[in-house]
Each structure stands twice: as structure tokens, then as C-alpha cells.
Design a protein around this ligand. Structure first.
Ligand code: GLY
Length: 399
């Protein structure tokens, strides 16, 4: 009888503990998603009229909002966030706004002068098609993938990131620059093969991922930002940075694109080399001596001013989202998920999350665009918000 009582008490305690845990986690995710709904709802009101919409990108030094024109690499993130909030809430108002903002960048399907068309179209049109199955969105994605593959060179085995005939890129002596960020554009190519059955897009995506695997990474699995190739021979000419502290440093957002990119490549290909790469990058990040206690990275792992330098909430959001997906494939999944939860809790705390109605209605504060360019330092960024919301939804879906 006594034994039975102890057993029943144990069961009761276990069920109380597990209820408490579940409630805490659900509250934390929903609290942040509901906050995002409120901020972004105010943002939509401020950024649109009946006949015109313009996506917010960041805050300018004078405190005003900087908007993203369609050809801006960040133009897909705000429409993408609206689709993610539709995914979360199921409410038509989000679907209608998401559709309006998405259609406002349709011209990107024909953009051929930089590589970011993958980011731009996949976050906006990609989520649109995923959630609605409307063929219009799919057709735009296929057209955009056709534009992106015009930048592919079989001699190099990559799509070219930046043209070198204009802007600051023209001053660096590069021939065929490929940046680690470009891994993110491959998702559009994988989707295009799934839509059309044409393996051209898939083959280009894996060639790009394999060439990047070979040349972008150091022995410790940190990565360079820019690899400049000889456009005729495909030889590596330079290993450089553009947005990091130094050529040999580990720029935090670059590492974020790398872990997200290889995790996504594994999703489409099931190639164990990509899974291994993502796990190796995770080890570089999570075991790094400069990985901070709150799990929100400094803007560059090698800035000698650490800890007295900037954090990059955007890198934190991207890494959190990647780790949650990686946790579903990897043997060490539980530890990746735990690290991501800690990151998201930090990002959702007053240290990084704005107060309601402040921060130009962006969700997160404290991101960094490009310190070497003196641009967007310690500001909100639309992609920090996008990947924060995506990470929260991914975590919610794990349940
Ligand atoms: N793709 C540009 C950046 O991460 O800043």
C-alpha cells in the first residue's frame, strides 16, 4: 500500500513537471509570435496604402525607416514574414497583405545582375506557394530560378554572387566573387527541380554546394566570406572578406548562412556530406571561445574587442532556425535544439526584443549589416525578424 502511494505520488509529480515544462515552452513561443503579429501589423499599416506597398528594411541613422526597393537583396523578407504570420494564425488578413507585398516584387523574377534572387523569391513566393499552392507563385519561382542559373559557370562550378563592373565590388580586384551567403539561393533551385522535373537546377545547386565545400572552409570549419575564382580556369584567386572583421576572421552572419545552407542542402539531397558539414559548423560555433553565454553571437568571432563589441541578432536568428532543422536530422539533435531554444529565449528577452510600438515596429533590435562599410550598425533588420519568426514556427512544429 505504502509502495503504491509512493508510486502514485511519483506519477503525479512527473505529470505536474511535464505540464509545467510544456506550458513554459508554448508560452514562450506564442508570446514571441503574438508580439511579432502586433509589431508587424503596425508596420503594414505604416508601410502601405490602398495602391502601394513598400517593405521596411531597417532604421536609418536619423531614426526613419529605410525601405527595400524590389531589387534590394532584402526585399523578400518582409513579405516572407507576413506569410509566416499567416502560417501561424491562419487569418485571412495576413494572407491578403502577404499577397500584396509579394506581388510588389514580381519583377525580381527577371533579375540577373546579382545572385540574391534566390533569397528574395524563395522567402516571399516560396512561402506563398507552400501555403496556398497557387500556380501563379510557382511560375514566378521557376522564372526566377531561370534567371539565377544564367549566373552559373561550369568552369567555376558556382553561380557568381556579385558583378564586378560597378559599385564597391569593382574596387576589390575580383574576377568571379562567390560569397558564402550564396548557399541560401540554392533552395530556389532545388524547388525549381521539384516543380518542373528538370534536373538542371538541382545539378547546379549541388555543383555550387560542392565547390563551396571545397574552397570556402578552413580546417576548423569556419568559413571565408568571399572566394574569388578565375572565371576561365576556375582556380581560386583570393580568399577575402567583405563584411567581416578581416579576411581570416569568421564573420558571424557568414557562418550562419553556411550552417543554414548545408542543413537545407541535406533536406533536399540527403547527402551525408552536407549533414556532416552542418554538424561541423555547429561544433565550430557552439564550442567557440567567443560564443557568448546568452547564445547571441558577436558580429565577428575574431573581433579583438570582444566582449566590448556589437552582437548580431540576425546571425542569432538564422543560426537558431538552422539548428532547429538540423536537430531533426542529426544524432546530436537534442543539444542543437537546446542551444536554439536558449538563443530564441535571449532574442525574445528585453535585451534584444523591442518594446511594443517602438523600434520602427521591427521585432528585434541589435543587428549588424556591414561594419566595414559603416552601414546598418546596431539596428533592426527585416531578415533578423524573418528568421526569428521562422525559428519560432519550426520549434512549434517540432511539438
Ligand atoms: N547577404 C548579405 C548579408 O548577409 O549581409
Amino acid at each position: 500500500m505504502k509502495k503504491r502511494l509512493v508510486y502514485l505520488c511519483g506519477l503525479f509529480l512527473m505529470s505536474v513537471c511535464s505540464c509545467t515544462n510544456t506550458t513554459t515552452k508554448v508560452d514562450f513561443i506564442d508570446d514571441n509570435l503574438q508580439f511579432a503579429e502586433k509589431q508587424i501589423s503596425a508596420s503594414v499599416t505604416g508601410c502601405s496604402s490602398e495602391d502601394k506597398v513598400t517593405s521596411p528594411r531597417t532604421t536609418l541613422p536619423d531614426g526613419s525607416i529605410k525601405y527595400a526597393v524590389p531589387e534590394d537583396w532584402t526585399s523578400g523578407f518582409f513579405p516572407g514574414s507576413l506569410w509566416l504570420l499567416y502560417d501561424y494564425s491562419g487569418e485571412e488578413k495576413w494572407k491578403n497583405e502577404a499577397d500584396r507585398f509579394t506581388r510588389s516584387i514580381e519583377e525580381v523574377k527577371d533579375l540577373k545582375w546579382h545572385h540574391d534572387v534566390g533569397f528574395m523569391i524563395n522567402c516571399s513566393y516560396g512561402n506563398a506557394y507552400r501555403l496556398t499552392k497557387n500556380e501563379y507563385y510557382k511560375d514566378v519561382m521557376i522564372q526566377a530560378a531561370n534567371s539565377l542559373i544564367t549566373r552559373y559557370s561550369p568552369a567555376v562550378g558556382c553561380t557568381k554572387s556579385w558583378n564586378v563592373d560597378r559599385g564597391w565590388q569593382a574596387e576589390r580586384g575580383w574576377s568571379y566573387p562567390v560569397i558564402i551567403d550564396n548557399m541560401m539561393n540554392l533552395e530556389l533551385l532545388f524547388n525549381a527541380t521539384e516543380f518542373t522535373g528538370d534536373s538542371t537546377y538541382y545539378d547546379i545547386a549541388i555543383a555550387h554546394a560542392n565547390t563551396t565545400l571545397e574552397n570556402h572552409f578552413r580546417d576548423d570549419y569556419s568559413c571565408y566570406h568571399v572566394i574569388d575564382y578565375d572565371s576561365i580556369t576556375g582556380e581560386v584567386r583570393h580568399k577575402h572578406t567583405a563584411q567581416g572583421y578581416a579576411h581570416e576572421s569568421a564573420w558571424a552572419r557568414g557562418q550562419a548562412w553556411a550552417i543554414y545552407g548545408y542543413t537545407m542542402c541535406y533536406r533536399f539531397t540527403k547527402d551525408p556530406a552536407y549533414l556532416k558539414q552542418a554538424e561541423n559548423i555547429a561544433a565550430f560555433l557552439l564550442n567557440n571561445k567567443n560564443w557568448p553565454a546568452d547564445n547571441v553571437p558577436y558580429w565577428d568571432f575574431n573581433d579583438p574587442k570582444i566582449p566590448n563589441t556589437y552582437r548580431d541578432a540576425s546571425a542569432g536568428s538564422i543560426i537558431a532556425s538552422a539548428l532547429i532543422e538540423l536537430s531533426t536530422y542529426a544524432n546530436d539533435g537534442a543539444s542543437y535544439k537546446a542551444a536554439a531554444v536558449k538563443m530564441l529565449k535571449s532574442l525574445g528577452s528585453p535585451a534584444y526584443r523591442a518594446k511594443l510600438g517602438e523600434n520602427n515596429n521591427f521585432v528585434l533590435m541589435h543587428s549588424v549589416g556591414s561594419i566595414p562599410h559603416g552601414a546598418e550598425i546596431d539596428v533592426p533588420l527585416n531578415y533578423a525578424d524573418y528568421y526569428f519568426i521562422e525559428a519560432l514556427l519550426r520549434l512549434k512544429a517540432l511539438k
